[in-house]
Design a protein around this ligand. Structure first.
Ligand SMILES: Nc1ncnc2c1ncn2[C@@H]1O[C@H](COP(=O)(O)OP(=O)(O)OP(=O)(O)O)[C@@H](O)[C@H]1O
Ligand SMILES: [Mg+2]
Length: 275
């Protein structure tokens, strides 16, 4: 199918069990340029497993996963490395290297890129500064993660995830444990990244508002602010490009638009809808 060719990441009937627990169960979906999937689900429902499987950090028991059009299931770690380096990932709890400075943390993916024409030290410095400027943390270059607040560490994690300008970024619980204002700042950065670079995003979250923001706002380059997208008609692409998954015991038990989520009747799915 031609639409599969364009998918940056594609799952076909992917399943994984740990013992007798399903971490992924018959998961199928495709994600294309500029598209966002908000992934909801109870603790242990498979959200992190899904993100890790998407970049080959976990090999499923069955099914097929393609990343940037190439099958990654049952590939050697070596072959996976280059492909994985083309995707950005914000790990749950940020997972910064504690003993490395902010600069070294953000530089890390650039040094890991396998390229015919490696970046010079100067170019790397430029890219690191640009990524940190994007999250408004350029002044923290030489600090250690322990010297930053939780929200700042999350922003450094985002800078590290986007520094290679990846076409696909996976965000694992970017707003977890943050106060609402900081959480909104983080989501605004994620929306800006999507709109400035047409990035495809998979976003795991527990907050309904995070999905609302991705669906209802877009970054306006003129004013450098998020602006609401029209309710209907006109330029409502953000809304159409943002879809929601609800996971339960490894399975995607709901997939659809925000409106469809609001109308869901299943009590488990309703837990993640607007009340
Ligand atoms: N490496 C592993 N070994 C054994 N079991 C695992 C492993 N990784 C995940 N699991 C199990 O797989 C299931 C899904 O875990 P996962 O981390 O994907 O959940 P999650 O939806 O991200 O949860 P949370 O919201 O708490 O982050 C859980 O039952 C978990 O215990
Ligand atoms: Mg998780």
């Amino acid at each position: 199918m031609p639409e599969d060719v364009e998918a940056l990441v594609q799952f076909d009937d992917v399943s994984t069990q740990f013992g007798d627990l399903w971490a992924l169960r018959d998961v199928s979906f495709g994600l294309r340029k500029s598209e966002t999937r908000i992934i909801f689900g109870a603790a242990g429902s498979g959200k992190t497993t899904l993100l890790k499987a998407a970049i080959g950090l976990i090999q499923p028991d069955s099914g097929k996963i393609c990343l940037f059009g190439e099958e990654i299931t049952n590939r050697s770690e070596h072959a996976l490395f280059a492909l994985r380096a083309k995707a950005g990932m914000l790990f749950q709890e940020s997972a910064l290297f504690d003993s490395l400075t902010v600069r070294e943390n953000v530089e890390y993916p650039l040094r890991n890129q396998q390229s015919e024409t490696p970046l010079t030290e100067e170019e790397m410095e430029g890219r690191v500064r640009e990524a940190l400027r994007f999250v408004e943390l350029e002044h923290t270059l030489d600090k250690l993660p322990s010297e930053l607040s939780g929200g700042m560490r999350r922003r450094v994690g985002i800078a590290r995830a986007i520094v290679t300008e990846p076409p696909l970024v996976l965000y694992d619980s970017p707003t977890a444990g943050l106060d609402p204002i900081t959480a909104n700042t983080i989501m605004a950065l994620i929306a800006k990244e999507r709109d400035v670079r047409q990035t495809a995003s998979l976003i795991v979250t527990h907050r309904f508002q995070d999905g609302e923001l991705m669906a209802n706002f877009r970054y306006d380059a003129g004013t450098e602010e998020l602006v609401p997208v029209p309710e209907s008609g006109g330029d409502s692409t953000e809304r159409a490009l943002t879809k929601f998954f609800v996971m339960k015991e490894g399975e995607i038990v709901f997939s659809g638009s925000r409106e469809q989520l609001d109308q869901a009747t299943d009590p488990y799915v309703r837990r993640f809808a607007k009340h």
